[in-house]
Design a protein around this ligand. Structure first.
Ligand SMILES: NC(=O)c1ccc[n+]([C@@H]2O[C@H](COP(=O)([O-])OP(=O)(O)OC[C@H]3O[C@@H](n4cnc5c(N)ncnc54)[C@H](OP(=O)(O)O)[C@@H]3O)[C@@H](O)[C@H]2O)c1
Length: 345
């Protein structure tokens, strides 16, 4: 259990992942003894009254406000950084603050950071799969990832701070997160309910007027339901509080529960777009050069990468994901309907 007076600082509260984690934290027994401070950007300040009504405290600012991040982290016992897995200056400011906290109190504050299995990607462009599967119980294998991989510079800065004994770090690496979040914070209009990857494929299809495909869609990604991601964060949090969870290089957790071939997701998106009158055919058609130029080559090529892993560490701590790849496929049509209804493309 968190000791009385525990102060938690969380970033990304209005986001898909951070809002889901915050929703779980305010229902967690430790909330009774804790104070949760969340970072809110000025453009979202209208969300502040709803957060206050839940007993959450807010600080106005962004990842550009490095002094503020350092100061918040310097006063926190626990930090959840769920805002941006690629912002190194922000991560360094948070780590600097946490180091100060350690130097002042002698206690290592806990950092729970959202990274992603984007750290594992290759350059397949949808043309082939891979047999390389990363195992989160194999720290040597993860150590072999080049520092140039996506998210890795931030993860490495965190691991260094753990190695220097300033913090205890727990990194959660979700893959393709699916389904709309249905949390208290979504109901209050505070939180973005939508994920990134499948909505991106849907938007690209809407722009094309037809469900699209990167290369041949031969590449493979793992998947996980948003509720299972927040479950994993809570399982790791509880095990960290009781000293049972490993940290640092032994504290990386792949949040996967199954995997899919990108062709099958592209096919499900094309089918849904077709049924909703937004596609010419239920069969996905390869994105053309024109599509790449209109939608952003980097975004589409990302959808053609491989990222394969096994998440054993969280399961050993007691994580029991409830949803499977079948649930992901069922979530696609409602996601297409949501994107059509809510966004101009
Ligand atoms: N969704 C996925 O499938 C997935 C999978 C793996 C990894 N991840 C990683 O997890 C992280 C969160 O993803 P998400 O899906 O929750 O994204 P999201 O719904 O877009 O949420 C991002 C959150 O971070 C905040 N934020 C972004 N930039 C910020 C900045 N410069 N300063 C302060 N706050 C900032 C946003 O605030 P505003 O509301 O003000 O914009 C929002 O609260 C990302 O790094 C993402 O790469 C996501």
């Amino acid at each position: 259990m968190a000791p009385t007076g525990t102060r938690i600082f969380l970033t990304g509260a209005t986001g898909f992942v951070g809002g889901s984690v915050l929703s779980r934290l305010i229902e967690h027994p430790t909330f009774e003894h804790a104070e949760i401070w969340v970072l809110i950007r000025p453009s979202k300040k209208d969300k502040i009254p709803a957060l206050h009504s839940l007993g959450v405290k807010t600080v106005l600012g962004s990842y550009d406000d490095l002094d503020l991040l350092e100061d918040q982290a310097a006063h926190a016992d626990v930090v959840f950084s769920c805002a941006d897995a690629d912002n190194l200056p922000a991560a360094q400011a948070i780590l600097k603050g946490m180091k100060k906290k350690h130097e002042r109190t002698g206690v290592q504050p806990l950092l729970f950071h959202t990274s992603g299995t984007g750290v594992l990607v290759d350059d397949a462009k949808g043309l082939h799969s891979t047999d390389i599967i990363y195992d989160d119980m194999d720290a040597d294998q993860i150590d072999s990832l080049p520092p140039t991989q996506m998210h890795r510079n931030v993860d490495l800065a965190i691991l260094e701070a753990d190695r220097d004994h300033h913090i205890k770090s727990y990194i959660i690496l979700p893959p393709t997160i699916y389904s709309q979040a249905k949390t208290k914070l979504v109901a209050l209009g505070v939180q973005n309910p939508s994920s990134i990857q499948i909505p991106m494929l849907i938007r690209a299809g809407l722009l094309k007027g037809q469900g699209g495909l990167v290369g041949k869609g031969e590449n493979i990604w793992p998947n996980v339901h948003i509720d299972d991601v927040s479950d994993l964060c809570i399982v790791v949090y509880e095990n960290a509080l009781s000293g049972k969870a490993a940290h640092g290089r032994e504290g990386l957790h792949f949040a996967e529960n199954g995997e899919h071939k990108m062709y099958d997701v592209s096919k499900a998106v094309a089918q849904a777009l077709y049924e909703l009158g937004k596609g010419r055919s239920p069969e996905p058609e390869p994105f053309t050069d024109e599509d790449y130029n209109r939608f952003g080559r980097e975004n589409l090529e990302y959808l053609g990468t491989n990222s394969r892993c096994r998440g054993r560490r969280g399961r050993l701590l007691g994580w029991k994901p409830k949803y499977t790849a079948e649930d992901m496929f069922k979530s696609i049509k409602p996601e297409v309907e949501y994107v059509i209804q809510h966004e101009k493309t």
